[in-house]
Design a protein around this ligand. Sequence first.
Ligand code: SF4
Length: 94
Amino acid sequence: MVKNLPVVPTAKAGSLVETPTGITWRVQYPVISEKCNMCLDCTLFCPDGALIQQEGKIELILSLCKGCGICANECKENAIQMVPEYSGVQGVFR
Ligand code: SF4
């Protein structure tokens, strides 16, 4: 299926540094596995510019990531898994 997407992400990587939504919003975060083929789709779909290509791999800017999971949903290789921020005993903090 061909998607009609803009060429650039909705937010340029690093442009939201002064409004780090990730700090208060995020309850899960993406972990990128070695299956990543560097197609860069995740960097285009991330609404917050939290994923950038750096030194031959995808880096996550955690302060910008709000944990929406769009990157994991759009990854064709299933190379991105969403992981809970806190995975300890439930009921203590939630
Ligand atoms: S979870 Fe959402 S905000 Fe975080 S990197 Fe993925 S698409 Fe961007």
